[in-house]
Design a binder for this molecule. Structure first.
Ligand SMILES: [Zn+2]
Ligand SMILES: [Zn+2]
Length: 188
């Protein structure tokens, strides 16, 4: 069993084409692949009335209430809701780096999602953020070259990003973490 997985999507991510109807919160809770499980559905699909339903369902199974925020456009709205942490898409635009400051001002943990997939410049990321090693994406890039300058600077977090075929697994992310000699930071 994994110690912690905070990057998990469910059927609440309705517009995400990678999600299939079986990816229900109840099922994830039954599989229990990690001791600490955070659900991080895309904030774009959780606004308005949807949020209360999402919160109730996540908490019913004793899971942690997170969300994945797609850049600065969504930040001001996302901080209005009582999420316990944020996973953040930081594209390489000045406004997305500024969005991080807003998220950090909440005092909640901010995890920088699969940074290589979004061209995030880690030199521009505040050291208070956690940098994700994402099982879905990390192996697609030259992760060694990208992450090595930042080992010892940032704290890292392993995440599965619940899309097939890597759903509920950290196998590749754990390999990368071992090679980099970094560990999975436990937040909860
Ligand atoms: Zn993402
Ligand atoms: Zn995701």
């Amino acid at each position: 069993m994994l110690e912690q997985d905070l990057h998990v999507h469910t059927t609440f991510s309705t517009g995400d084409s990678a999600i299939v109807p079986n990816q229900k919160i109840e099922f994830i809770a039954s599989v229990k692949h990690a001791k600490i499980i955070g659900i991080s559905d895309h904030f774009d699909y959780l606004t308005g009335n949807k949020f209360d339903q999402y919160k109730a369902e996540v908490q019913k199974y004793g899971l942690i209430l997170g969300t994945e925020v797609d850049g600065a456009n969504w930040v001001d709205e996302a901080i209005q809701f009582p999420f316990e942490y944020y996973i953040y898409h930081c594209y390489d635009h000045p406004r997305d780096y500024r969005g991080i400051e807003v998220l950090l001002s909440t005092g909640k943990p901010v995890i920088i999602a699969h940074p290589q997939a979004l061209d995030t410049n880690l030199n521009k990321i505040p050291l208070d953020c956690y940098i994700e090693i994402n099982n879905r994406y990390v192996w697609r890039f030259n992760w060694r070259e990208y992450y090595t300058p930042f080992v010892g600077k940032f704290r890292f977090i392993l995440g599965s990003d619940a899309h097939q075929p890597n759903w509920l697994s950290h196998s590749v992310a754990e390999y990368v973490a071992r090679e980099l000699k970094v560990s999975n930071t436990l937040l909860f």
